[in-house]
Design a protein around this ligand. Structure first.
Ligand code: ZN
Length: 397
């Protein structure tokens, strides 16, 4: 349903965050792009798209410039652009469909002999001077071998473009990989730019953060996302577009690729968690009727289904995301700001849950959810942490 990803034709087509994008373009035009840069922002904010566009602007054979007119706050300034048609631009642009290329690289590795598998790093190289390091499945962490390749290559001069550019597409890395990266960040060679894309920069070692400049891509307003959806996805009915605009949390990419059916399925499971907890709390306060409604078996059956299958990780993170959005909505209802609700289609169900679940419980559940998240990242058995979470939710505060 979604077309293969392509890059915007120019920076003006990049959605949102104009001041951040302009400051980066100005830095490139002035030859002052930081050697180590963290691009942070929620999933779908365009971090990877922007990173490729910046790489094109740095490496473009034609180096086009655009003049930003002087304003009250800023003087007239040249901004770097890219032509999109030169040999450097076109090669870098071939990395736009990152997911597909990573999947192909992983598949190719799976076909290797066991001994060669361990030695094979998942790396995407659209251009001799541009190397992309995605998190390596199945743990989805950037590994030492990948960072070692970065370090080796960083010590060679660029061969066909002005600079060498490395893009780490996630902030989650193995400890040894992070320590190793730290060393190259301490003294990056002059011709090297390292871009780290981070949903949550807090995941990075503080020593890595302190050696990088950080540019944040913030969330877009709901109205902006809604009009974007109206323009690009007219096939989606307006009511669903309004819902997606709220659920995508200000991330244009997430909104355009939003799969409402999968979200609704994950949310149905998340609601079982919450109903179960509301039931347990009612039961503890002596209501027999509620106690008979308690359905632990449904809850544990559900976590059981997440255990099996290759899509377990995807399903688990979809469930956790849905649960996080529901908890946020419950907090919004508690703080009497229902106009900010995201799951606007749930209506009275949310009201009922908000009435049944005390504020302290929702807070502790949000906290527990964060722990499950970091547990997942630390690669614990996901079913174990999910079961622990389920048990914790079923325990009244
Ligand atoms: Zn070009």
């Amino acid at each position: 349903m979604n077309p293969a990803p392509t890059l915007p034709a120019g920076f003006h087509q990049f959605l949102g965050n104009a001041p951040a994008v302009e400051s980066l373009r100005a830095a490139i035009a002035a030859g002052r792009l930081p050697h180590s840069l963290i691009l942070s922002g929620p999933a779908g904010a365009g971090k990877y798209t922007l990173a490729l566009m910046l790489a094109m602007a740095v490496e473009c054979e034609r180096q086009p410039r655009e003049l930003r007119h002087a304003t009250a706050n800023a003087p007239e300034q040249p901004l770097a652009s890219f032509c999109g048609v030169c040999h450097n631009c076109t090669r870098i642009a071939t990395a736009a469909n990152l997911e597909e290329q990573v999947a192909a690289a992983v598949l190719a590795r799976d076909d290797l002999r066991e001994t060669d598998k361990k030695e094979t790093r998942v790396l995407i190289q659209p251009h001799p001077d541009v190397l992309i390091l995605p998190p390596d499945p199945p743990q989805l962490l950037i590994k030492l071998g990948q960072v070692r390749t970065l370090i080796q290559r960083a010590h060679y001069l660029p061969s066909e473009a002005p600079r060498k550019i490395f893009i780490l597409t996630a902030a989650s890395m193995m400890k040894e990989a992070a320590n190793s990266l730290l060393k190259v960040l301490e003294e990056p060679p002059d011709s090297v730019h390292i871009l780290i894309l981070a949903e949550n920069p807090g995941e990075l070692l503080p020593t890595i953060r302190s050696r990088c400049a950080t540019v944040r891509l913030g969330a877009l307003p709901v109205e902006e996302i809604e009009s974007l959806l109206a323009a690009r996805r007219p096939d989606i009915p307006p009511k669903q577009r309004a819902l997606i605009a709220r659920l995508s949390q200000g991330a244009a990419g997430r909104a355009l690729g939003f799969d409402l059916d999968s979200y609704t399925a994950a949310r149905a499971d998340a609601l079982i968690f919450l109903r179960n907890a509301a039931g347990a709390i009612n039961a503890a306060s002596g209501s027999r009727a509620a106690a008979t409604e308690l359905d632990h078996t449904a809850l544990f059956k559900m976590t059981e289904t997440y255990r099996a299958g290759a899509d377990g990780q995807t399903k688990t993170s979809a469930l956790l995301r849905a649960l996080a959005l529901l908890l946020e909505d419950l907090l919004l209802l508690d703080s009497r700001t229902p106009e900010l609700l995201r799951n606007t289609d749930l209506g009275t169900e949310l009201d009922r849950l908000a009435a049944a679940l005390p504020f302290a419980w929702i807070e502790s559940a949000s906290h527990a959810l964060d722990q499950v998240h970091s547990g997942l990242r630390r690669n614990l058995l996901r079913s174990l942490s999910l079961d622990a979470f389920a048990a914790q939710l079923a325990t009244p505060v």
